[in-house]
Design a protein. Structure first.
Length: 113
């Protein structure tokens, strides 16, 4: 018969694993959310660039907004004129555990084809 004393480590690995598992899961969830936000930012920038080119050609504001919305669902576009440039600023909020405000601006030469 084996006697176990007060300093017995039996079961400590299970306890450590039970404490570490939620921390690892949280890190994985936050990492996935950050990756998703980065992908949405790239789509938003691409949509802003397309919208700026459309606005510079004189397309309707609804079509410019449509280009931004097609690239990133739920995004809003603001058109501004800066001298010879037409700029479009697209903004949205990333979907995830921690919502992050995303914004992208792109400009094109007015009257361009």
């Amino acid at each position: 018969m084996i006697r176990r004393g007060l300093g017995d480590d039996r079961g400590s690995v299970v306890a450590e694993f039970a404490i570490a598992l939620p921390a690892v899961a949280l890190v994985l969830l936050l990492s996935a959310g950050a990756l998703g936000a980065c992908a949405r930012q790239v789509r938003l920038q691409d949509g802003a660039a397309d919208a700026a080119r459309l606005a510079a050609r004189g397309e309707a504001d609804a079509r410019v907004q449509g280009a931004v919305t097609a690239a990133a669902a739920g995004a809003d576009a603001v058109i501004s004129h800066r001298g010879d440039l037409v700029c479009v600023t697209a903004s949205t909020v990333s979907a995830g555990i921690v919502p992050i405000a995303l914004s992208a601006t792109s400009c094109a030469l007015a009257g361009g084809l």
